[in-house]
Design a protein around this ligand. Structure first.
Ligand code: PTJ
Length: 248
């Protein structure tokens, strides 16, 4: 690895790339995870690499939905474990929620490595290895899941998703919260609550909101979720991007 000087204007971005590359070499991230990250980076540029107010609001609504849930699960893949392992564990502990490793390019070896990585970072129980259930209507391996994890969850947080599974989970009657920097993706359009933000910023901010909403009465928390209009939020994000581009 090359040494990146802290004074470099793209220090954080370059360090993040190095982190992913290192995780790929360890067999945690799939090769195509690097392409996915590049796409995310391009979208993040449009937002000034910051959490915009609309995303902050979506993170508040996501926190409310997770607090409201009976059996919430955070679904993680290679990229998410490489980019935000501690953040996922802390969020899961504070809700509390389960964590399940669910992969598009699934191999048992990679699931085991990711489970081990999260355990090393302090997670107590990680789902995903039992693989004793299947999401109906999904022919690829992302349909493989745990009966006590994703399969029986009522609310699922899916950072870095592909649209197919999001649709299939919704067909099962689950509430889906997606984190996706691309506001035009099928995932973004299908989820109940879409957070158009980088997982690196979004996950800890959801935790901050969980702590803020924890002591509010149940009805008010429920109403935060009930009054959310995801389509309007996506329109607002596109408007934000076009205004920002016009102003540059
Ligand atoms: O680990 P696996 O096997 O499950 O593989 C996962 C990948 C990422 C390879 C797989 O899910 C995939 O190909 O994803 P896509 O279809 O490329 O979708 C990734 C989406 O996430 C794109 O819309 C990106 O803009 C977005 N994205 C990428 N990085 C980030 C992100 N969104 C939020 N935060 C990011 N850091």
């Amino acid at each position: 690895m090359i040494k990146i000087p802290k004074s470099h204007p793209r220090y954080f971005s370059l360090k993040t790339r190095e982190k992913l590359l290192h995780a790929m070499k360890k067999g945690l991230v799939h090769e195509t995870g690097l392409f996915a990250h590049g796409r995310g980076e391009a979208f993040d540029y449009l937002f000034g690499e910051k959490t915009i107010a609309i995303a902050n609001e979506a993170e508040r609504v996501a926190a409310a939905a997770l607090l409201n849930a009976k059996n919430p699960v955070i679904s993680v893949n290679g990229n998410v474990v490489a980019l935000a392992p501690d953040e996922c564990i802390n969020l899961a502990k504070c809700i509390p929620a389960k964590i399940e490793v669910n992969l598009f390019h699934r191999t048992t070896d990679r699931v085991k490595k990711l489970v081990k990585e999260l355990e090393k970072a302090g997670a107590e129980e990680i789902y995903g290895l039992k693989a004793d259930a299947r999401i109906p209507g999904l022919d690829h391996d992302r349909g493989i899941c745990d009966n006590n994890g994703i399969f029986s969850a009522d609310v699922i947080l899916v950072p870095l998703e592909d649209g197919d599974r999001c649709q299939a989970l919704k067909k099962m009657g689950k509430t889906v919260i997606a984190i996706d920097l691309n506001p035009l993706s099928r995932t973004a359009k299908t989820a109940d609550i879409t957070i158009v933000d980088n997982v690196i910023r979004a996950i800890p901010n959801i935790e901050t909101w969980v702590e803020k909403l924890r002591d509010i009465d149940k009805k008010s928390v429920y109403n935060i979720v009930k009054s959310w209009d995801n389509d309007k939020m996506l329109d607002d994000v596109l408007l934000f991007v076009s205004k920002r581009l016009n102003s540059l």
